[in-house]
Design a protein around this ligand. Structure first.
Ligand code: CU
Ligand code: ZN
Length: 173
């Protein structure tokens, strides 16, 4: 169980590790805001690198319940409300969309993430085959959350609907 008061006490001590769940980010993780369509921060994304993969811990509140598409998009810009400036899915190998697509996936495709009935999202996802050097390149990249569930096969975005939140993974300029 999460006990916020205990975590606050420990935050004043030497380590936050006691607040971590097994899927939580290491203390060395880079933390960036998750921006909602009105430009406000609705949560955080922590990202960290392991050999051959980049992991993301996404925490947000005030979302609609259900499973939602999540992808790394090609450009490190999050301009609301539609976040179109984040570009298409990160796709350096020119493949088709979807983790279940025989012609896929895009390098930026991730599993759907669940939003609980109370509107909170607390999920860790792993992007295999990626590195910080790739994601934090000259034009950066962005993690984009969609309104609906990704069907994991329909090009170019899995019919996952509007872009509802966005996090810049590195500066675009
Ligand atoms: Cu997307
Ligand atoms: Zn895709």
């Amino acid at each position: 169980m999460r006990t916020p008061s205990l975590c606050l006490i420990l935050a004043g001590a030497t380590s936050l590790a006691a607040c971590a769940t097994p899927s939580d980010a290491p203390s060395s993780a880079m933390s960036v805001p998750l921006i909602g369509s009105a430009g406000q921060a609705i949560g955080t994304v922590r990202m960290w690198e392991t050999p051959g993969a980049v992991s993301f811990r996404v925490e947000a509140n005030g979302l609609s319940v259900g499973r939602k598409g999540l992808h790394v998009h090609a450009v490190g810009r999050c301009d609301g409300p539609g976040f179109t400036t984040a570009g298409s899915h990160w796709n350096p190998a020119s493949r088709k969309h979807g983790l279940s697509n025989p012609m896929g996936p895009h390098a930026g495709d991730l599993p759907n993430v669940p939003v609980a009935a109370n509107g909170t999202l607390r999920e860790t996802v792993v992007l295999t085959g990626a590195s910080f050097a790739q994601l934090r390149d000259a034009d950066g990249s962005a993690l984009v959350l969609h309104a609906g569930e990704d069907d994991n096969v329909t090009d170019p975005s899995g019919n996952s609907g509007d872009r509802i939140a966005c996090a810049v993974l590195s500066p675009a300029g």
